[in-house]
Design a protein around this ligand. Structure first.
Ligand SMILES: [Zn+2]
Length: 259
């Protein structure tokens, strides 16, 4: 069993305010990244306990600069920095994927640090007319490589969104309950790590049950931004819907992330 893990930071237990995810090397950010490494290593341990032969973890938050390399479980491999040909990496072959530390889509009621891709500039994303966030984007992208997402961790909003898109059979580990966009009722991080480790062991058993998310292509993506700046300067192939909204069709699952 070969396991691919993509991480984000906003959905980690103990993370609940923007300062932790945006202000690099502030005390708040260093703490958040430490908490992330704890969850990463819990997931890696669960994977190897569950029979994994290879675990690759991608530092997926904001330009891939959140891991503390020295702290990674020695059995795992990690991807950081500019990825270049991500497809070549994914084509190495993985039996299942895990989204660790994820958040709900923009404008989710009570969604802790909820956003879609760019928390400052993006308003909404629709995929074939259905409101979507990063969980769906990542699952569609991994689906393009026949990798099913078998587990998602984060707050209650992220877990509900994951089950909504990926089905009730996936494993979700809720590490906090959203009270507002910057507030949460949280487990002890130690408890969260225990649940994540157990969750991954269970999730590996779902790799043959959960299907990769493979919608029919082309997909229609509609991007609505918070103001007209991105639309004003956009030079790609999307149609302009209104001052803040563009729409395009994509045929490659890996194009699902942005215009
Ligand atoms: Zn993030």
């Amino acid at each position: 069993m070969r396991v691919w893990i993509t991480t984000d930071l906003e959905g980690v237990c103990g993370v609940y305010r923007w300062e932790q995810t945006r202000d690099y090397d502030s005390r708040a950010n260093l703490e958040a990244r430490q908490l992330l490494m704890g969850e990463v290593n819990a997931a890696v341990a669960g994977a190897f306990d569950g029979g994994a032969k290879r675990v690759v973890v991608w530092d997926g938050h904001d330009g891939s600069k959140s891991f503390f390399p020295e702290e990674l479980d020695s059995r795992a491999e990690m991807i950081m920095g500019q990825v270049g040909d991500r497809k070549a990496l994914l084509r190495q072959g993985f039996d299942c994927g895990i989204l660790l530390g994820y958040h709900s889509m923009s404008h989710t009621a009570g969604g802790v640090l909820c956003h879609t891709q760019n928390s400052v500039a993006w308003n909404h994303l629709w995929i074939n007319g259905r409101r979507a966030g990063e969980i769906a984007q990542c699952a569609i992208s991994l689906g393009g490589f026949d990798i099913p997402v078998v587990m998602v961790t984060g707050d209650d909003g992220a877990c509900a969104e994951a089950r909504d898109w990926l089905g009730e059979e996936i494993v979700t580990v809720q590490v906090k309950q959203g009270l507002s966009r910057e507030g949460a009722l949280m487990l002890s991080p130690k408890r969260a790590r225990e649940l994540i480790r157990q969750g991954v062991m269970e999730a590996l058993g779902k790799a043959s049950v959960v299907k990769p998310l493979k919608p029919d292509f082309p997909l229609t993506l509609r991007f609505q931004f918070k103001d007209s700046k991105i639309v004003d300067t956009y030079r790609g192939e999307a149609r302009t819907i209104d001052a803040c909204t563009i729409e395009k069709e994509i045929s490659d699952p890996d194009d699902v992330f942005g215009p």
